[in-house]
Design a protein around this ligand. Structure first.
Ligand SMILES: [Fe+2]
Ligand SMILES: [Fe+2]
Length: 339
């Protein structure tokens, strides 16, 4: 059977308006990213398989259970935003026709973050049914926890609105520098907590999540190695600001929230400390204020060494005695980092 060839030749299909996920294509430019994606598929794990039966509410005091629920609610402000944040970034990568391994790696991060979110969900369900917010506090400590979590998610909400505006606006290097900060923070946090916890469920959870976060960091670094050589001065300045924004945002879970950005009432931090201390007494593996600061400092030094190679100035972080460029106040629009 012969095909029909019109007189004068075929008619070209109309051009597809951009941004668009069509036409379909599977371009591979960075083989290393494709390799990391293969590895991510082989390393998939199931949070449901953790030894949950050994996490029993009756093994903790009420204050410890509340503290642990509180910590996972704080973690969820970051880790539970991961699936939605990276799902949106995945769609963006399709629409902008990034090479195939970039899209696939984004998808794999989305998948992993869903597991991390599930860990928050399952732990809270076992130790504090109704948590984070769907329960009635009965004591002052419980009221403090409930109120703090409400304020925390108010800030998470500001982050989400700003992220939606930012994700299409920023170029890949800017977006990925932020993601890189988030992943570095996450791998630092979980490595520390895996070594500090005394509970088998948390130990296995933190080891596995930490391994995922290291892989996410590897993905970011591989993409940045490709993107950074073409930076403009304007983008460099934007990245310096992003690094400071990353510190301000992520310190809530890694250390303590600094001034600027966070809209929290004056009693938030004292109550936060008390709740964190109860979680620590429960064996969660939270490091001391000084240990956390030192880990953060080491992580920042790593970021600094990396970005300075590409002529990107590092921001001043006086909270950790790190000198650098002054970038002024941080707005919600500046905040991109996730876990
Ligand atoms: Fe991550
Ligand atoms: Fe995560």
């Amino acid at each position: 059977m012969d095909v029909t060839i019109p007189e004068g030749g075929f008619w070209p299909a109309p051009e597809i308006p951009r941004p668009n996920i069509y036409p379909m294509e599977w371009r591979v430019e960075t083989a290393k990213l494709a390799e990391i994606y293969e590895k991510s598929k082989r390393m998939v794990w199931n949070p449901a398989d953790l030894p949950w039966d050994s996490l029993r509410a009756e093994d903790f005091t009420v204050e410890q259970r509340l503290g642990i629920m509180y910590w996972f609610s704080v973690l969820a402000n970051f880790d539970a935003s991961g699936p939605a944040v990276f799902a949106r970034a995945t769609i963006q990568a399709f629409e902008k026709h990034e090479e195939d391994p970039v899209r696939k790696c984004f998808f794999s991060i989305t998948r992993d973050e869903m597991n991390h979110e599930e860990c928050c969900q399952r732990t809270i369900a076992r130790l504090w049914p109704g948590g984070p917010l769907n329960w009635e506090p009965a004591t002052d400590l419980e009221r403090a926890a409930h109120n703090n979590i409400g304020w925390l998610y108010h800030n998470g909400g500001r982050y989400w609105l700003a992220y939606n505006r930012a994700v299409g606006k920023y170029t890949l290097p800017v977006l990925f520098t932020s993601f890189m900060m988030g992943e570095l923070a996450a791998s630092t946090l979980f490595r520390g907590m895996a070594s500090g916890t005394t509970h088998p469920v948390f130990s296995e959870m933190f080891h596995r999540i930490g391994r995922d976060e290291s892989r996410h960091l590897q993905i970011c670094m591989t993409i940045l190695d490709v993107e950074w050589p073409g930076l403009t001065d304007e983008t460099r300045e934007l990245i310096t600001r992003q690094l400071r924004a990353g510190f301000v945002f992520l310190s809530m879970i890694l250390w303590e929230p600094p001034e600027g950005f966070w809209e929290i009432p004056p009693y938030f931090l004292p109550n936060h400390r008390i709740l964190m201390n109860h979680a620590k007494q429960g064996g969660l593996g939270i490091l001391s204020y000084e240990e956390q600061a030192e880990n953060w400092r080491v992580a920042m030094a790593r970021v600094r060494a990396i970005v300075e190679r590409w002529g990107i100035a590092f921001p001043a972080i006086p909270e950790l005695d790190i000198d650098g460029v002054e970038v002024g106040d941080i707005d919600p629009e500046d905040i991109i980092p996730v876990f």
